[in-house]
Ligand binder design. Structure first.
Ligand code: FDA
Length: 402
């Protein structure tokens, strides 16, 4: 008790988000004296706002293939040792009702507040001290191997420091670049960061062509840089969003080609040929309006499809015309100008280079006792619960090792 009152701990965790809380409770359960230092007025703000307030807390299909990183192997060990089923076991122990939405995505039935409460209850039971509204003024590493934090709640020290500050997404929720600064200060490489899982913006004539379509949603397969995702696309006031677009945004950068297949699961040419055979008297626009939202089909016909083809009966379209139309419908060449940026991005790509970290423990290879976990590290998941699973798994790995 005296030791803790004087700020001496075994482990200090910077950042009370998903990864930091998981690390803290795991280390606390091992009997270590742990403190979490959170500069915001409460912990777990992103958990609270996640999944539309219901927190998509994991994905039962999690595999290393669902993550982007300069080293795709880095996440394997931690993910294998703390699986979605470990987290589900904790959720069930706390009697939190959950349901599967699509593709293995698990959500709370009631509220993401229950996930934060569960993590806080576990921290409490493990004796973890949590300091909120606690700003860090200085971090140093003494000759005796102790990390010292000068904070607005007093000085704290420990031989282990876990950096769990998250990424740059949603600054209004407490996101800062502090974790990257700490990494650089201790000699770590930080790979360039950019917004991921983020809506794409259009500009100029590309935006004008979408005028009035805001709110229209349709299934697409979005392709860029060798990746593709099939899901809904939503037209917004500034561009395009929806799960298919958020997913592909992590693989796309300005200037890269982006193709949207507007008839996912179909070969567009074969589909048009089938329509032509079955409904020779129907106009192309009518046929398309039955396969996608009417307003969208009309605009597609007005702006993107060749000449007057849209108002001709299908039987009048010759093979070359059908092929040209199929080329546009199957790989709609929308030109995005950028992304909405960190203001609305769910995650930050890039971050602390995994080359300098142990994939077993998340500990720095350069500076003993320093750990990096969660989103601050260059490991970024797809949409669908994968980012929390990385936060839990990396937090658990560090909590077991620290
Ligand atoms: P996280 O951001 O959770 O925590 C970092 C903490 O560090 C914050 O509490 C922050 O205030 C604190 N901090 C920062 N700087 C500090 C400093 N200088 N001193 C002290 N503390 C500091 N993922 C998913 O799997 N399923 C989902 O449903 C969603 N939904 C979702 C919705 C929205 C709107 C967003 C923005 C994101 C998601 N995500 C998600 C992504 C998920 O929230 C994210 O990947 C994890 O929260 C990352 O966990 P971390 O603990 O690494 O960072």
């Amino acid at each position: 008790m005296t030791a803790v009152a004087h700020g001496h701990h075994d482990v200090l965790v910077v950042g009370g988000g998903a990864a930091g809380l998981m690390c803290a409770l795991t280390a606390g359960q091992r009997g270590l004296r742990v403190a979490v230092v959170e500069h915001a007025n409460r912990v777990g703000k992103k958990i609270l706002m996640s999944g539309g307030g219901r927190c998509n807390f994991t994905n039962t299909g999690t595999s290393p293939a669902n993550y982007l990183s300069a080293n795709p192997h880095y996440c394997k060990s931690a993910l294998a040792r703390y699986t979605p089923w470990h987290f589900i076991e904790m959720v069930e122990r706390h009697r939190i009702a959950w349901h599967e939405k699509e593709l293995g995505q698990l959500f709370c039935d009631v509220s993401s507040k229950l996930i934060v409460k569960m993590l806080l209850d576990e921290c409490d039971a493990a004796g973890v001290r949590i300091h909120t509204s606690c700003a860090i003024e200085r971090v140093s590493l003494d000759d005796d191997g102790r990390y010292r934090l000068k904070t607005t709640h007093g000085d704290m020290s420990a031989p282990r420091l876990v950096v769990a500050c998250g990424g740059l997404s949603i600054p209004s929720m407490g996101a800062t670049g502090f974790g990257y600064e700490l990494a650089r200060r201790f000699g770590h490489e930080v790979l360039p960061t950019r917004a991921g899982l983020v809506p794409l913006t259009l500009s100029g004539k590309h935006l004008e062509r979408m005028d009035g379509l805001s709110g229209v949603s349709l299934p697409v397969t979005a392709h860029s840089n060798g990746q593709s995702f099939t899901n809904a696309m939503l037209v917004t006031h500034r561009g395009i969003s929806g799960p298919a677009i958020l997913q592909i945004s992590s693989y796309w950068q300005p200037g890269d080609a982006l193709h949207l297949d507007l008839l996912p699961g179909e070969d567009a040419l074969e589909w048009l040929q089938r329509q032509q055979a079955a409904r020779p008297a129907a106009e192309l626009q009518t046929v398309l309006s039955e396969a996608m939202p009417k307003r969208f089909a009309q605009r597609l016909c007005e702006v993107w499809l060749p000449g007057r083809a849209s108002h001709r009966p299908m039987r009048q379209l010759d093979p070359a015309q059908l092929k040209a139309i199929a080329g546009i419908i199957g790989a709609w060449p929308l030109v995005a100008s950028g992304t909405e940026g960190y203001r609305t991005a769910e995650v930050t790509l890039g971050g602390v280079d995994t080359d300098g970290l142990s994939s077993q423990t998340m500990e720095s290879r350069r500076v003993p006792g320093l750990y990096f976990i969660g989103e601050v590290v260059d490991v970024t998941g797809w949409l669908g619960g994968y980012n929390f699973q990385w936060a839990w798994a990396s937090g658990h790995a560090a909590g077991m090792a620290a």
